[in-house]
Design a protein around this ligand. Sequence first.
Ligand SMILES: *Cc1c(COP(=O)(O)O)cnc(C)c1O
Length: 465
Amino acid sequence: MTIAYVSTRDPDPGADGRALGFGDVLLAGLAPDGGLYCPSEIPPLPAVTADTGYVDAAVSIMEPFVAGTFTSSELAEMAADAYRGFRHPDTCPVIDLGRNRYLLDLTKGPTLAFKDVALQMVGRMLEAELGRRNRRVTVIGATSGDTGSAAIDALAGKANIEVLILHPHDRVSEIQRRQMTTVAATNIHNVAIKGTFDDCQDLVKAAFADPVLRADVDLAAVNSINWARVMCQIVYYVTGARRARPDGGPVSFSVPTGNFGNVLAGWYAKRMGLAVDRLIVASNRNDVLTRFLETGRLETHAVAPSLSPSMDIQISSNFERLLWEVSGRDGHAVSDVLGELRSTGRVDVPPAWHRAILAEFDGARLDDGGTIERIAASHGANELIVDPHTAVGLHAAELFATPDVPMVALATADPAKFPDAVEDAIGIRPDLPAHLAEILDRPERFETMDNDLGPVSDLLRSIAG
Ligand SMILES: *Cc1c(COP(=O)(O)O)cnc(C)c1O
């Protein structure tokens, strides 16, 4: 079986020649109609037990999604290579917190954030597919911190790929900047933009929208709307559920949420047949999704900075995929709803869609004060040191935990990435792992530029050669 991929905004996805294969979707980013690519069929869950190794689980879960592009032995080789460097033999270990609560630890990758789990795999898939097509791309991305370092680590030294990451000058932490700028590989390029994260993101969008530039440079993106990232994340929901509950009975997940890519992977796991009771969307004060669950209305506010910056988002791009599914895959209706949101800043979603989402999801928010309290409480109860994003998820997990269903909270960053908040909460400054402590001494390499597409385009042309 080969799964075809279709856009969430395509009014007639069944039309001849419209559906793409996995390799096309891997390289494509957004669909030309502005929608996101989704699998047209959802395969059944393969046999995975509490004893199945992470790489074996990854291969059996992803195989049907990539069929026609990668064989299962190619997939196995890439997965073994991608996860070899993780700092735990289980790759994504499950920690028993007692009282039927568990922590699914996604922070063991090279840059200490859950994005490594998908990006380490996506980097290898991209390199393989580009090699086969004899094509070279320049990956461009904007980052407020975590995504840039995870993408750089995943793509450093890869053939046929150049990488340009824009970060806001003086607005990322020193650790986050050094994680990006001390990577020596010659295909990695960093630019500090004199502006905000939104300025960086606007420059990326402007680059993609510039037909003259695109004629010169084959641009690609690895942001969280790439289907391949969502797909890679399905795996740890399955292995996490099996570890927390080997009998295969239902579990719930609490997920620190920004762009909705992580929790959406949990929804796909459930659709494949994993026994999932509730999916809990945990947000900080930027709570557009929690408000949506309460009211059925999507309404964007200004982004407010918080202690959990990777969740400081007002438009959760991947939510579009869920809307498309609950609409009965009605690309026309999804286009209308998102068009209204874009032009007016708010939209009331059809009540049937809202009800369908409420049947599976809960939402909870936590402000910065509560985040500090939760970091302290977790340390008191379990001697566990967690980062601010994880703390938001643990809070939501407590709100919705029931006695009979194991509650699995996802840990999305290592506390050493956010030492100030952790020190504030518990008086302990978490140490960086040895492989990162070295970056404090390594030379940095980056350029600083004005918030202007001109010099960024010139750099893209010279990188692409
Ligand atoms: C990216 C990120 C999130 C948000 O994940 P989404 O898939 O965007 O919802 C949460 N926590 C951390 C630490 C992250 O880096």
